[in-house]
Design a protein around this ligand. Structure first.
Ligand code: PEP
Ligand code: MN
Length: 336
């Protein structure tokens, strides 16, 4: 972090400011030019609040030269984190596949989809029991019953399950869920992230609808700071001016996140595209860009789905996508 001091700043105030930093274990390297004095702060500056430094009347400006996240930062953790659930692995050279309907609707539906996606090679079953819908009149999910039906499908197929939490008061209901999903709309629900930092379960953290890479990594930092190192990041498209797709898949987020962080990064082409035939090319693009997995919506009868039927693949379409994804992985010498 670099602090630029105001011209003719009061020396007593400068000393007090720098002593404050030194008390936090930071080293201060001061350099005085003819007109400008700068101070380089060296050490872990992630706890230094930029705004409060800037509020000092002797400070002209402050700039970060290192990232504000530490636990998620690859600089302090060069090796890839691998998250393992059941037979599935995310990170390192491993590629994991999560598939299933947008929402759990019935025993028949979830068990049929679970069997189909397992046969095509998915390692985990997804299904929303608490659905974040734009309209309060739209299907909101089966809640506790939805989680019970997911567990039933897990029992039938052996596939571990992923489901989204929308409120911390429901955390107890998720005790048998293998990966807890934090959806795009809750990416900055900081109290929830803090609590999930202590829950002892892997977390699938989806990027917010209009959040930057740095904000995304700061949200992951909340979970990691609580001691939970099992975080999978999910790029699911962001809001842009483009209306031809539901969201715009930010492909560059994949190598960027992996460059800055050791956490596994997966892609959700279903919510990014909103169009079934775009799922395959986007999934292949995700593999090519270095993603550690994909999450794809599959429904046994998309036309009758209670949520996101328009973007869901049939089991046969999903099987086709899986073949292409596996071929792409093999082409790159990676493990499926
Ligand atoms: C979902 O995965 O079901 C979902 C609601 O996704 P997102 O939070 O990315 O919109
Ligand atoms: Mn959905």
């Amino acid at each position: 972090m670099i602090i630029i001091l105001k011209q003719n700043a009061d020396e007593g105030k400068v000393r007090t400011l720098l002593q404050g930093f030194e008390a936090q274990g930071l080293a201060c390297h001061r350099s005085d030019g003819e007109h400008t004095s700068i101070v380089g702060l060296v050490g872990d500056t992630s706890r230094v609040d930029l705004e409060s430094v800037r509020a000092n009347d002797i400070v002209e400006d402050v700039k970060r030269v290192s990232e504000p996240y530490k636990a998620a930062n690859r600089k302090f953790h060069p090796d890839d984190t691998v998250v393992s659930v059941g037979e599935a692995r995310f990170g390192g050279l491993h590629f994991g596949v999560i598939a299933g309907p947008c929402s759990v609707e019935s025993e028949e539906q979830i068990v049929a989809v679970a069997k189909a996606v397992k046969a095509s090679g998915a390692g985990l079953l997804r299904g929303g029991a608490f659905k974040p819908r734009t309209s309060p009149y739209a299907f909101q999910g089966l809640h506790a019953e939805g989680l019970e039906l997911l567990l039933l499908a897990k029992k039938e197929t052996g596939l571990p399950i992923v489901s989204e939490i929308m409120d911390l008061s429901h955390l107890d209901l998720f005790r048998d869920v293998d990966i807890i999903q934090v959806g795009a709309r809750n990416m900055q629900n900081f109290e929830m992230l803090k609590a999930l930092g202590h829950c002892g379960k892997p977390i699938l953290l989806k990027r917010g609808l209009a959040n930057t890479i740095e904000e995304f990594l700061m949200s992951a930092e909340y979970i990691l700071a609580g001691g939970n190192e099992q975080v999978i990041l999910c790029e699911r498209g962001i809001h842009t001016f483009e209306t031809a797709t539901r969201n715009t898949l930010d492909i560059s987020a994949i190598p960027l996140l992996k460059h800055h962080s050791h956490l596994p990064v997966i892609v959700d082409p279903s919510h990014a595209a909103g169009i079934p035939w775009l799922v395959e090319p986007l999934a292949k693009a995700a593999v090519a860009a270095g993603a550690d997995g994909v999450m794809i919506e599959v429904h046994n009868n998309p036309k009758a789905a209670l949520c996101d039927g328009a973007q869901s693949l049939t089991p046969a379409q999903f099987d086709g996508v899986m073949r292409k994804v596996k071929a792409q992985l093999a082409f790159e010498g990676r493990e499926g």
